[in-house]
Design a protein around this ligand. Structure first.
Ligand code: CO8
Length: 257
C-alpha cells in the first residue's frame, strides 16, 4: 500500500513505521494518523510480525498535532467527527510497540509516544505538552498518561506551563525506559524489538495486556487477571518448548502457538 506521510518497512519479524513529514517536523495531520492506523492494521494481521517500532526523524519524533490543520476547527465539527478518536488505534495495538524518539516529541507527538509500550529516547529527545500555549490542552491522553508515568506535580507543571523535559529528565522521571546516543537509537530500538519478536507471541501479547491492566483496575483484580493469563499459557506449545529448552540447556524455538 502506498503511503504519503509515513514509511513502512519490515526487518525480520519487526515492523517499522517512520513518521515522514520532515518539512513540518512530522506534525500529525489527519492523513498521517489514518495511514498510521492502516499500517498498524497490516502489522497486527501479519503473523510474521512480532513487534513494531514507531519512529520519526533525528530532529523530530513529532512536533504535535498539525496546528495549521487544526486552527480553523470548530467545536461542532470536532464533536460530530469525533476528532482524535482515530488516534486511539495505536493504544489498541495488541502487539508491542516501541517508540524510538529523537528530537521533539511535543503535544500529540508526546501523546503518541506514550501510547507505545516502551519509549527509547535519543539523547537529543525533548518531551512536552505545550498545548496550553496555544490556548488548548492535551487531547490525546497526555494529561492522563503523563500523570500516570511521572506523577501529578511534574505533569501539572508541564501541562500548565508547556515546560519540556530533556531526555535525561524523562529518564530520571520514568517516562522513558532508557536514553541512548542519537547515533545508536535505531540500532538499540531494533535490538530490543528483535528480542521481543523472537519470544512466544501469545506470551508477549498476554504480558502486554496484563501490564496495561495495571493502569485500569484494582491491585486484587489485576493480580487475578494476571494469574488467569499465566495459567492459560500452560495451554501453549511454547510453554512446553520454553521450559524443555531450559532443562535441555538449549535455545528455545518458539512457534507462537
Ligand atoms: N503543526 C504544524 N506545523 C508545525 C508544527 C505543528 N505542530 N510544528 C512545527 N511545524 C512546522 C512549522 O510551522 C515550520 O513550518 P514552515 O517552515 O512552513 O514555517 C516547520 O514545521 C519547522 O518548524 P520551526 O521553524 O518552528 O522549527 P524550530 O526548530 O524553530 O522549532 C519547535 C521547533 C519548537 C518544535 C516549533 O516548531 C514548535 O513549537 N512547534 C509547535 C509545537 C506544539 O505546540 N505542539 C503542540 C501542538 S497541539 C497538539 O499536539 C494537540 C494534541 C491534541 C490531540 C491531537 C489531536 C489531533
Amino acid at each position: 500500500m502506498g503511503f504519503e506521510n509515513i514509511l513502512v518497512t519490515t526487518s525480520g519479524r519487526v515492523g517499522i513505521v517512520t513518521l515522514n513529514r520532515p518539512k513540518a517536523l512530522n506534525a500529525l495531520n489527519g492523513a498521517l494518523i489514518a495511514e498510521l492506523g492502516q499500517a498498524l492494521d497490516q502489522f497486527e494481521a501479519d503473523a510474521g510480525i512480532g513487534c513494531i517500532v514507531l519512529t520519526g526523524s533525528d530532529r523530530a519524533f513529532a512536533a504535535g498535532a498539525d496546528i495549521k490543520e487544526m486552527q480553523a476547527h470548530t467545536f461542532p465539527a470536532t464533536y460530530t467527527d469525533d476528532f482524535i478518536t482515530s488516534w486511539e488505534r495505536l493504544s489498541r495495538c495488541r502487539k508491542p510497540v516501541i517508540a524510538a524518539v529523537a528530537g521533539h516529541a511535543l503535544g500529540g507527538g508526546c501523546e503518541l509516544a506514550m501510547m507505545c509500550d516502551i519509549i527509547l529516547a535519543a539523547d537529543n529527545a525533548r518531551f512536552g505538552q505545550p498545548e496550553i500555549r496555544l490556548g488548548v490542552m492535551p487531547g490525546a491522553g497526555g494529561s492522563q498518561r503523563l500523570a500516570r508515568a511521572i506523577g501529578k506535580a511534574k505533569t501539572m507543571e508541564m501541562c500548565l506551563t508547556g515546560r519540556t523535559l530533556s531526555a535525561e529528565e524523562a529518564d530520571r522521571f520514568g517516562l522513558v525506559s532508557r536514553v541512548v546516543p542519537l547515533a545508536n537509537l535505531m540500532d538499540e530500538s531494533m535490538k530490543l524489538a528483535e528480542t521481543i519478536a523472537s519470544l512466544s507471541l501469545p506470551a508477549v501479547m498476554m504480558t502486554k495486556e496484563s501490564v496495561n491492566r495495571a493502569f485500569e483496575t484494582t491491585l486484587s483484580e489485576g493480580i487475578r487477571f494476571e494469574r488467569r493469563l499465566f495459567q492459560a499459557l500452560f495451554a501453549t506449545a511454547d510453554q512446553k518448548e520454553g521450559m524443555s529448552a531450559f532443562i535441555d540447556k538449549r535455545e528455545p524455538s518458539f512457534e507462537n502457538k
